[in-house]
Design a protein around this ligand. Structure first.
Ligand code: ADE
Length: 226
């Protein structure tokens, strides 16, 4: 999977991707993450990428030219998706992550300031995605959330954890919340690990975990059961 991220703050993307499982995914060649800064494509002599809004109002608006030229400079694979991160977009969910993991390439456009010149939407026709009903300063956190959650569905990405494929129940694909986990010691500050997890009976453990998942979903997120 190739991710191309259009951002005024490439360091946010690159520093995150240089850690943990994302780093391993890049090193093993399962994913590739490249950043493109629209400022590098600005024809303005001061390399400006934004301007004041027509009609007045606060804030700055990202201008068309640097974004169009930056987008055009990205080499496209046959099966790519172009996504704009915006609070006005469709809500991102696990099923969107699974769907997008079937693509070969995802191009992510991060906004900043007050927003994008509307002609970026009209001209480049991105799919617009929001990561939730709140407003962030920029699209970078959203882009990272997409990269992380989409990549988890790629074969071999999670290595030995590989739960997204082998145990979909515990990874959100069932639509239920995760069951509780425990590790050593058996007792901590008087709180004991449930006996069922200690008896080695895998069938019983599975039944217990499914029941816990169901119970948690019912009390915390009954909307998911519908
Ligand atoms: N940019 C600013 N807020 C956002 C949100 N909620 N989702 C995606 N991109 C955003």
């Amino acid at each position: 999977m190739k991710y191309d991220v259009i951002t005024l703050f490439p360091e946010i993307i690159n520093s995150y991707c240089a850690q943990s499982i994302t780093k391993r995914g890049i090193e093993s060649g399962i994913i590739d993450v490249k950043t493109y800064n629209p400022r590098d494509y600005s024809l303005d002599k001061h390399k400006r990428v934004d301007d004041t809004p027509y009609g007045g109002g606060d804030g700055m608006v990202l201008a068309c030219q640097p974004i169009f030229d930056c987008y055009r400079a990205i080499e496209k694979k046959d099966n790519f998706e172009f996504i704009m991160l915006t609070p006005q977009g469709e809500r991102f969910e696990q099923k969107t992550a699974v769907e997008l993991s079937k693509k070969e390439q995802i191009i992510l456009l991060c906004g900043h300031y007050e927003g994008f010149d509307e002609r970026i939407r009209l001209g480049l026709k991105p799919r617009e995605i929001s990561i939730g009903d709140y407003v962030l300063t920029g699209g970078e956190l959203g882009a990272l959330i997409l990269i992380d959650s989409i990549s988890r569905n790629l074969e071999n990405y999670l290595g030995k954890d590989k739960c997204a494929f082998e145990d979909s129940f515990s990874c959100g694909l069932s639509g239920l919340l995760e069951y509780p986990h425990y590790t050593k010691p058996r007792e901590f500050m008087g709180m004991k690990v449930p006996d069922v997890l200690l008896n080695g009976n895998h069938k019983e453990i599975e039944i217990y975990r499914k029941a816990q998942s169901f119970e948690r979903t019912k009390t915390r997120r009954p909307d998911l059961l519908e």
